[in-house]
Ligand binder design. Structure first.
Ligand SMILES: *Cc1c(COP(=O)(O)O)cnc(C)c1O
Length: 387
């Protein structure tokens, strides 16, 4: 049975040509980029090229890109780095209850260390009102951190509007763009962000490689201490092969971006309308149009998301009931709860995230199988209202 992978928000396969490009940096060109001899220079040059490609993807300058070990590290670096470097101004951070755990748990951790964190209200689609951001800012606020698009429900936040406010009020603005980098056009100047997180494995690059964009002039503390790599902004011998892979994946994503958005949005909408036509008591979660091109998140009442997943898995279809990080526990997702979805309904959600290899045939197969699974589960469900 051919597997149908529809969980690209959790991770994407590295492209074969990306893996090929990485290979020499494990073997022939294995040198440490900090070394003076030519081996070191080869690695240095490869990293310079990769840095330019990642910078191009988001409209920044190359020297504003710091490579990290993951998207999670980029988020931790941004939040802790800004909060500690600017604590003489104040200890107040503004964020949302919809953030990825990499941001949310870091904010909780900062609260335990004497920082105040404001969690902004969200509407039923998960959208933040820029006016609420403005109202939350005090003279002690040093950082606003709001994700570009949500990994579970796909909602895209009004980052550019918030960026204007942040700039006006002189507050640093970070955005977790792990779900959008390589999937939507990004220009850090148009968005008005000072910091932006990315991760290679979400855009068909290798796992364990991320980057933090840091606008020139930003006052930030180092997060990993040790050597003076990355212009003394992140200690560690660089993951040269990973960085090369990230750069190439970013370049390819940028080349294919416009075409891919059109193609995948059409498939997304076909899946949403197909499910809506075939199954009763279902609701699209997240915004209908301000939405990641590859995200489908449905609430299917009277069945548990987990049960649907297991049944889809038997048919070779990989999906998710929330984020990859929370699906191992039976707690409902914090994103659903933040939207005001009641506990039992919050556990009835299922997410399909499409990718560059997703075909129309695969969508058709899901539309054939999913209604049968839901019907079978509902016929056994104690949750269902029977008329
Ligand atoms: C995947 C993801 C992360 C974490 O990135 P890693 O590279 O896996 O650590 C952070 N934020 C969002 C929105 C994500 O989807």
């Amino acid at each position: 049975m051919k597997r149908i992978y529809l969980d690209h928000a959790a991770t994407t396969p590295a492209r074969p040509e990306v893996v090929q490009a990485m290979f020499p940096y494990f073997t022939d060109s294995f040198g440490n980029p900090s070394s003076v001899y030519s081996y070191g220079a080869e690695a240095r040059e490869a990293m310079t090229e990769a840095r330019e490609k990642v910078a191009n993807l988001i409209g920044s300058k190359a020297d504003e890109i710091v490579f990290t070990g993951s998207g999670t590290e980029a988020d931790n670096y941004a939040i802790q780095g800004i909060a500690y470097a600017n604590q003489d101004k104040g200890k107040h951070i503004i964020t949302t209850p919809l953030e990825h755990h990499a941001v949310l748990d870091t904010c909780h951790w900062m609260e335990k260390r004497g920082f105040d964190v404001t969690y902004l209200p969200v509407d039923k689609y998960g959208i933040i009102d820029p006016n609420d951001v403005k109202k939350a800012i005090t003279d002690r606020t040093t950082l606003i951190t709001i994700m570009h698009a949500n990994n579970e429900i796909g909602t895209i936040e009004p980052i550019a509007e918030i960026g204007k406010i942040a700039k006006e009020m002189g507050v640093y603005f970070h955005s977790d763009a792990v779900q959008t980098a390589g999937h939507m056009p990004i220009d850090v100047n148009q968005l008005g962000v000072d910091l932006l997180s990315m991760s290679a494995h979400k855009l068909y690059g290798p796992k364990g490689t991320g980057a933090l964009y840091i606008r020139k002039g930003t006052k930030i503390d180092k997060y990993l201490h040790g050597g003076e790599q990355e212009k003394n902004r992140r200690a560690s011998t660089e993951n040269v092969a990973g960085i090369v892979g990230f750069g190439f994946a970013a370049e390819l994503a940028q080349q294919e971006l416009v075409e891919e958005i059109t193609r995948i949005t059409a498939l997304r909408d076909k899946l949403i309308s197909g499910i809506s036509q075939r199954i009763d008591d279902i609701y699209l979660t997240g915004h209908p149009t301000k939405r990641l091109p590859n995200n489908v998140n449905m609430r299917i009442d009277y069945v548990e998301g987990e049960s649907i997943l297991l049944n889809l898995d038997i048919e070779g279809i990989c999906a998710s009931s929330g984020s990859a990080c929370t699906s191992s526990s039976l707690d409902p997702s914090h994103v659903m709860l933040a939207l005001g979805v009641p506990h039992d309904q919050a556990r009835s959600t299922i997410r399909f995230s499409l990718g560059r290899m997703t075909t129309e045939e695969e969508i058709k197969r899901v539309l054939d199988i999913l209604p049968k699974i839901v019907q079978r589960l509902r016929s056994m469900s104690p949750l269902i209202k029977r008329s």
